[in-house]
Structure formats: structure tokens, C-alpha cells
Write a protein that binds this ligand. Structure first.
Ligand code: ATP
Length: 600
């Protein structure tokens, strides 16, 4: 419930005045509808269609007495005309209110989408390390829709309650005893039906979990389709998918059945109630027939509202887990917030390093409290405009070290110093502004090569783009593409080979004119010829740019000024390439010897 209130508050913040107009509109429409029905029967009685005496009915007499001033022959057309006007006015209001509803509802969906995406973009990298990406997709699609729909439903529920209260007011005016009796019966049915609400909430938990598994599984399967096809595991995946789909189907059918059961209870209760009601009115309370007709008309309007209230409430209960997921994600994003504003890149000037980066006594654990450190007492120095290579076995901690160096994650102990100054939270943005980072998994957008290049440096000229492509040895193949720079790359750049993709991403990194260039296994997919071209280009950058290279293929770091060898989170060797290779007993010498043997 707490989470539901959060989003109702947000809806109020978003829609402001419009929301109140809408609520008043909805109540007014219900009221007009009520009056229309309320008036019709006594008015027909008044003009003699039913033999009803309306004089004993409160309120009605005020409204219909003017009719008596009209000549008898004209009463029916005037009455029906009035009725048409009332309902047409109500329909017109309904149309306006439906349009306003649409604006508020879809506007609110957009508002939530943007708010959540913005929250995610503002969160730090550690937050993304802790969470599964597909869970974000799940929250931003399924859960967000459930939340926005149910928030709105909760408001409609409020207006239905208002309408019901007004109708109860009319009914009380007519007969306190009978109304009290109906209310007590309604209350009894509501108490009995509370089990349906509990059931809906449990099913909602399952709906959330199943939808999360569905999105997570689909994301994994589509990303791993090549694996699935090449290892022929299609049948296993289909079995998993079938089982999950069957569970989703059961869950929804079960929820539908719960709703229809509660509606059934309301229907049966209503017919028993009305019968009891007629019997008691005529035989026990001796209520006049015209009052009884009116009360029946009112309750035939009122009772469906009770069942609508029940159905809406079940729907909201079913969505409560979605409210919790969304609220939890927003709270976690807020706790992990590192960016206050998105114009930070214009506010923060890139760092102009004079001496270099140093690390002293860095410790880092991914789980925060476990015993295994990804980095353990790391102290090192990376001189400005030099080339530093970080090598080591898989899992040694190379990528983690880079993340710490550029302030993506914070060390548990120790500090990173830039030109001798500790890297405070805000300074890491200045540092990141001077960094170009090429990851192990090069990412290209589903857009043209030009757009992919310009995303990092929107002001780059055509000439600068070709220079960057030349640097990354990709100018030739880009020229040969059907639309050159304007060739659209497929989903994550699938139309390009792994090596071509790496080269475009490298060009994008260079185009930014970084003062620190970080290549994390960025040339691993290249053939020796293209790799040699890039090596030469990197050599030309030396002296102007600080280059940090992570490489498994040691031939690619021959020109490094400094090599750091990592093992299980410790720096176990450091020195120049020649110096370390001369030490044939050391880890680096052995690695080199092993690779030379493999390539011989
Ligand atoms: N997101 C994460 N959550 C938990 N542990 C992690 C995470 N990322 C890395 N690790 C662990 O931290 C250690 C260092 O990982 P890291 O990715 O830094 O190694 P690496 O040397 O870059 O490996 P590779 O050469 O395979 O990329 C490994 O034991 C790894 O299992």
C-alpha cells in the first residue's frame, strides 16, 4: 500500500490541476447519471405512465413539480427532452473527460519512463554491477505499465467511491432502514471477498516473477542464439520456454478465474438481496411501492458499483508487487546516484594531467564483505603520456583496476591520485571526460557509422572522422561499404565482423582526442596486419597521450614503457617490456615463452 501511495503522489505531482479537474469531472458525470435514473421513474409516474404517487418522495417533488405547470399533452415531450439533454450533456462531459483521461494516463506513463531511465543513467557503475540488466527492461516495460494503469485505477476507485457515497446518500434519504440493511449485506460480501484480494496479491507476486524470468530468459536466449544454434540446444530452450509460458498462462487464467468468482459472488448476492429487499419492504416495513421502485432503481445502479470496486481493488492488489519493484528500483537508483545533472560534461573541464595517475594501497571486493578481493593492496604509478600495459591471467583483476583508475568504482581502501591529488567524487567526472575507453565487448548503436562516430564527438568534421578511421585501420573497409560512412550498422553492429567492429569503436575513441586512451583487449579480434597498423598508430600517439593497454597477446605490448603483471588481484611484477622478458623465471617471462612456443 505504501508503494501505491508513492505513485498516487507522483501522479498528483505530474498531472497537477488537470487531475483535480478530471476527478471532479468523473464525479459529476456519475452524479448526472444518478440523477437521470433517479428522476426517470418518478417523472414517468408523475405524467401518469406509472400509477405512482411521487408526493411522498423527497427531492423528486422539487425537481418534477415544475412539470405540473406544463400543459398535460406537452409533459411527456418536455420530460423526455429534458432527459435527452441531461444524458447528452453527460455524454459530452464523458467525451471530454475520456480525452483528459487519455492525456493524463499516457502522460504519466511517459513521465515514469523518463524518470526511471534518468534515474538509471544517473546511477553509478557499481549499481549496474550488482543488478541484472534484463531486470531493468522488465521494470521499464511490464511493471511500469502495471503501475501506471493501476495508479490510474486507484483514482477511478476513489471516484467510484465518491459516486457510491452520493448514491448511498440518496438511498438513506429515501429509507434509512432499507439502506442500512443493504449496506450491512454489502459489507458482509466485501469481508467475504477479501480472500479474493489476498489471492490476487499472491498471483501478482507470481506474475512479476514470471514476467521477470520471461524477459531475462529471452534476453539471454537472443544474445546467445549463435551458441544455441551451433550447439543445437534449440530443443532444451524450447522446453524451458514452453514451461514458462504455461506457468504464465496458468497465472493469468487463475487470476481471471478469481475475478470471475468474486463477480459471481456479487451477482448471486445481489439477486438474493433484491428479493429479500422486496419481501421485507412490502411485507415487514410496508414501504410504499413508489419508494420501493426508486430504491430498487438506485440499488440496481449501486450494486454493480460494489462489484466494480471489488474488481478494481483485485486488479490493484495484483499490481502491488509491480509498485514495489518500481519503487525499489527508483530507491536503489537514488541511493546509487552519482550524477546530479546531465550537463556535467559542459560544466566539468577535462583533466589536463601534468605528472600522471598513482594508486596507493587499493583494495576492492565485489561482494563488499566476502573474503575474496578482486584487488589487493595495489600501488602503482602511470606516468603521463606514456604507454602502460597491464597483463595477467583471466580473472587477475585487470578490468577492475581500470574501473578504479577512472573512478567508475570506488576502492574499499586506498586512493587514486591524479597529479598527486586524491580523486574526489566530482573529480572522477573530469577524469572521465579526458578518457576514451574501448572495452572488451565493443558496442555500436543500430545507426550509421557516421552517427556512431559523432555520438562521442558531435562537432567532428568529415575529415577528422576519416583521420580517426585511418588511425584504426578501418578507412579502407568503410570506403568499400555501400554507403560509406552512412552505412547503417545492424543490431549491435552485426553486419560487421568482430575485428571491424573493434576498429570502428577504436576510431570513435580516438575521435574524442582523449588525453588518456584505455584499450581493454581492444584489438584481440584483429589480424596481425591490422594489429600492426594500430600498433604503429599508437606509437605515434605516445608522448601526446597516456595509453593504458590490457592485452593477453603480449606481442601487442612490445612498445609499452611499463608493464604491470597482475595475479589474483596483486601486482606481482612491474618494469619495462625488455626488462621483464629478460627475467625468464618470472611470470611475464614464462607467459612470453609460452606464447612464443604456441605461435612458433
Ligand atoms: N561484476 C562482478 N561481480 C562479482 N565479481 C566480479 C565481477 N566482475 C569481476 N568479478 C571478479 O573479480 C575478479 C577480477 O575480475 P576482472 O574482470 O577484473 O579480471 P580480468 O583480469 O579483467 O579478467 P579477463 O582477462 O578475463 O577480462 C574475478 O575473480 C572476477 O570473477
Amino acid at each position: 500500500m505504501r508503494h501505491l501511495l508513492i505513485y498516487i503522489k507522483k501522479l498528483r505531482e505530474f498531472a497537477g490541476f488537470k487531475l483535480y479537474v478530471n476527478l471532479v469531472g468523473m464525479t459529476l458525470i456519475s452524479f448526472l447519471e444518478g440523477i437521470g435514473i433517479f428522476l426517470l421513474v418518478p417523472a414517468l409516474g408523475l405524467i401518469g405512465i406509472f400509477p405512482l404517487d411521487t408526493s411522498g418522495i423527497p427531492f423528486v417533488s422539487y425537481l418534477v413539480n415544475p412539470l405540473q405547470a406544463i400543459p398535460e399533452g406537452m409533459r411527456l415531450p418536455v420530460l423526455l427532452g429534458g432527459f435527452i439533454l441531461l444524458i447528452a450533456g453527460q455524454a459530452l462531459m464523458q467525451r471530454k473527460q475520456t480525452n483528459l483521461n487519455l492525456e493524463i494516463q499516457h502522460g504519466f506513463i511517459r513521465y515514469l519512463r523518463v524518470e526511471i531511465y534518468q534515474g538509471l543513467l544517473q546511477a553509478n557503475w557499481a549499481f549496474f554491477l550488482r543488478n541484472r540488466r534484463s531486470d531493468f527492461t522488465h521494470v521499464m516495460t511490464n511493471e511500469l505499465m502495471r503501475v501506471s494503469m493501476s495508479t490510474y485505477l486507484a483514482l477511478r476507485l476513489t471516484t467510484t467511491l465518491l459516486f457510491t457515497a452520493v448514491q448511498i446518500g440518496f438511498a438513506l434519504w429515501l429509507s434509512v432502514k432499507l439502506t442500512a440493511m443493504v449496506l450491512i449485506c454489502g459489507l458482509a460480501v466485501a469481508v467475504y471477498s477479501s480472500k479474493f484480494i489476498k489471492r490476487s496479491k499472491t498471483m501478482g507476486d507470481q506474475t512479476s516473477e514470471l514476467a521477470q524470468n520471461y524477459i531475462g530468459g529471452m534476453t539471454d536466449h537472443f544474445n546467445g542464439m549463435k551458441d544455441i544454434k551451433s550447439n543445437m540446444t534449440e530443443a532444451k530452450h524450447l522446453t524451458w520456454f514452453r514451461t514458462l509460458c504455461a506457468q504464465m498462462e496458468n497465472n493469468l487464467v487463475h487470476f481471471g478465474k478469481t475475478q470471475s468468482s468474486s463477480q459471481y459472488v456479487y451477482k448471486v448476492a445481489s439477486v438474493i438481496l433484491i428479493s429479500l429487499f422486496v419481501f421485507l419492504s412490502l411485507e415487514v416495513f410496508l414501504i410504499p411501492a413508489e419508494k420501493l421502485v426508486l430504491i430498487i432503481v438506485i440499488f440496481s445502479r449501486l450494486w454493480p458499483k460494489f462489484s466494480t470496486l471489488q474488481a478494481n481493488w483485485e486488479q490493484i492488489a495484483q499490481s502491488l508487487p509491480a509498485f514495489k519493484s518500481l519503487a525499489d528500483l527508483q530507491r536503489d537508483c537514488a541511493l546509487a546516484k552519482e550524477l546530479d545533472s546531465f550537463d556535467i560534461s559542459s560544466k566539468r573541464k577535462p583533466v589536463r594531467m601534468g605528472k600522471g595517475i598513482e594508486c596507493s594501497g587499493i583494495y576492492y571486493r565485489y561482494d563488499g564483505s566476502g573474503s575474496s578481493y578482486a584487488l589487493h593492496d595495489i600501488s602503482l604509478s602511470i606516468p603521463v603520456n606514456s604507454m602502460t600495459a597491464i597483463v595477467g591471467k583471466s580473472g587477475a583483476g585487470k578490468s577492475t583496476l581500470i574501473d578504479i583508475l577512472i573512478g567508475l568504482i570506488r576502492p574499499e581502501k586506498g586512493e587514486v591520485l591524479v597529479d598527486g591529488e586524491s580523486l574526489a567524487n566530482d573529480d572522477s567526472f573530469s577524469l572521465r571526460r579526458s578518457v576514451s575507453y574501448v572495452s572488451q565487448d565493443p558496442f555500436l548503436f543500430h545507426a550509421s557509422i557516421r552517427e556512431n562516430l559523432l555520438i562521442a564527438s558531435p562537432d567532428a568534421s568529415e575529415e577528422q572522422m576519416w583521420e580517426a578511421l585511418q588511425f584504426s585501420a578501418s578507412d579502407e573497409f568503410v570506403r568499400n561499404l555501400p554507403q560509406g560512412l552512412d552505412t547503417v550498422l545492424g543490431d549491435r553492429g552485426v553486419r560487421l565482423s568482430g575485428g571491424e567492429r573493434q576498429r570502428i569503436v577504436l576510431a570513435r575513441a580516438i575521435l574524442r582526442k582523449p588525453s588518456i586512451l584505455i584499450l581493454d583487449e581492444a584489438t584481440s579480434a584483429l589480424d596481425s596486419e591490422n594489429e600492426a597498423k594500430i600498433q604503429n598508430a599508437l606509437d605515434r600517439l605516445k608522448g601526446r597521450t597516456t595509453i593504458i593497454v590490457i592485452a593477453h597477446r603480449l606481442s601487442t605490448i612490445r612498445n609499452a614503457d611499463q608493464v604491470l603483471v597482475l595475479e589474483k588481484g596483486h601486482v606481482i611484477q612491474r618494469g619495462g617490456f625488455q626488462q621483464l622478458s629478460a627475467d625468464t623465471k618470472g611470470t611475464f617471462g614464462k607467459l612470453l615463452e609460452f606464447q612464443a612456443g604456441v605461435h612458433a
